[in-house]
Design a protein around this ligand. Structure first.
Ligand code: AMP
Length: 173
């Protein structure tokens, strides 16, 4: 399924460091047909879910999260790298497939009981999405699901995220 989207994603070996096979989605996004297919495919899969807000992970998560929030008719929350958000934030640190990082969210971005869909381009080890879940839970939001364009299945991200909520991946490698 979604063969055309899969074909449009480019593999870049040894980026950003040796041993990482980087999944470059810019080649899929620049194709108007393919970009539309990606967003429409997410809509099809997610339309039966009850979602108040999408929490999109900086930066490639925004490219999917923003048009999806528009189409699903829900709000958009930005999970950002440290020091970018202007108002009061909370922060979670995590390990990345290639390094260490942290995510922040505005303290008033989510209200208690709101159902949140976490969106990112790619699920690898699951550290980034888990940090997103922890931020949302600290704000008393409920994780409705986590949605990814790509899942690198061998890295065990879906397993790691299972205690938080279900994961939905359009393309599995
Ligand atoms: P992880 O926390 O290990 O699940 O890593 C997921 C995050 O890192 C996502 O925001 C991805 O954009 C990025 N990422 C990790 N591995 C790759 C990869 N092989 N290709 C492209 N992006 C990646």
């Amino acid at each position: 399924m979604y063969e055309e989207i899969k074909q449009a994603i480019r593999d870049i070996p040894d980026f950003p460091q040796k041993g990482i096979l980087f999944k470059d989605i810019t080649t899929a996004l620049k194709d108007k047909r393919c970009f539309r297919q990606i967003i429409d495919a997410f809509c099809d899969v997610l339309q039966s879910e009850s979602i108040d807000k999408i929490a999109a992970i900086e930066s490639r998560g925004y490219l999917i999260g923003a048009p999806l929030a528009y189409k699903l008719g829900c709000g958009l929350v930005l999970l950002r790298k440290p020091g970018k958000l202007p108002a009061a934030t909370i922060k979670e640190y995590y390990d990345l497939e290639y390094g260490k990082a942290a995510l922040e969210v505005h303290q008033d971005a989510i209200s208690a009981g709101e159902r949140i869909l976490v969106v990112d381009d790619l699920l690898a080890t699951g550290g980034t999405a888990e940090a997103a879940c922890k931020l949302i839970k600290r704000l008393k939001g409920e994780i409705a699901a986590m949605a990814f364009l790509i899942e690198l299945s061998d890295l065990g991200g879906a397993e790691k995220l299972r205690p938080h909520a279900k994961t939905i991946s359009l393309l599995k490698y």
